[in-house]
Design a protein around this ligand. Sequence first.
Ligand code: SF4
Length: 471
Amino acid sequence: MSTFSSLAQTIQPLDAAERFATLPPEYTPTKRLFIKTYGCQMNVYDSERMEEALVPLGFQATDMVDTADLIIVNTCHIRAKAEDKLFSELGRFRIVKNKRKDAGQSTIIIVAGCVGQALGADILKRAPYVDVVVGPQTYHTLPETVMRILWAQPNQPKISLGFPKMEKFDELPQERGLKGPQAFLSIQEGCNKFCKYCVVPYTRGPEYSRPLSDVLQEAKHLVDLGAKEITLLGQNVNAYHGLDAGGKETSLGRLIMALAECPGLTRLRYTTSHPRDVDDDLLCAHRDIKILMPFLHLPVQSGSNRVLARMNRQYTREFYLNIIEKFLQYNPKMAFSSDFIVGYPGESDDDFQDTCRLIDQVHFAQAFSFMYSPRPGTPAAMVKQLDEQIKSQRLQHLNGVLDGHRLAFNQTFQDQVIPVLVERADEDHGCMGRSEYMHSVHFTHPFCAVGDILNIQIQSSSHNSLKGVVV
Ligand code: SF4
């Protein structure tokens, strides 16, 4: 795994008072921060936390990169061509940095996230105008990193990687911002599963769960700020095993039960789960906890036992189908979404047909499908690859099958009255909210407010959304 840098020069964080005390005397309090985020909700959450960590230094977020004193690229290594995308984006930011330099302004460029973790010093070699590379577990050191750059310290470490997770969650500011009625809350990071196509165990490190009391405290804070819905995040969220007040490991199901006691919280979700880590506590939570949404993203990746074994997913199609069956026994309202990788090395036509058959058995309400593309350094990248044309044909076919199920699922809501959490209340352009199953639901209403839960009677449906009237 030589691609994944083991460089780990960790910058020691300072407390808030020390941060202020050591700011340069000529420091201008208001600085602009531009963050470009790639990837999943975990990265969106990380970007929000980075923004919050930099507020005490006077940074305010901007959408205009040309005005930014600090540019952070929060990278994701999961999707294809992540490195190419990063370097092409960095090329654009280099132009911004040069233009601002000509105008007498300085710009700091920081690469954060999984590609930063994976490439480390290579980024600085290929893009020497990048000031610092920070891994996903060390972004709590950002304020110190930025301050040292502002002080122009020549011996400033340029790389902060490693996996000191306890430190990260302890050091991040307790204050959170909120941009709508929904909030993300990270409860678990890292993964011990080592699927053969995936970089997460190398870029995010081994599993780590935050203590129960920390999660409950952050949830309460988010609800106090106005959050109605919280999505618990983790690379392998249902492997959660945070310690309770008595020092005993607890489960995701028990955490959900504790969160259900939080007054004002009306919806709970969690993502992303692994089929192997579904336990009785979680099943019971789906039966007993009314605020836990009956919609579960449970990646299966393939319906073929041969391919699942090659991927090291550690379950069979029968095991997966049995889990789905169990969820439905505990809560018949449940619906499922999933991830599919098409054209994994060694996938035969029969393997692919097994995947299509599994989709027909589960009737997924939603899904994300990808053509397999190798991630450097992973075992699956080192074996013979399938022909691109075959992969593309299979993906097209699979998407057709998935689309059919999604439309059929959406049509089951015709004439039904469903609860919708309002996300946009705009008299001129119409209102939009989310169903329990994550549909976008469009309607009009003169008086509703963001955060309301309204009953909407559905009048029409499409692949992507529902439309209805308030009743
Ligand atoms: S369980 Fe998910 S995060 Fe972990 S190695 Fe497999 S695909 Fe990656």
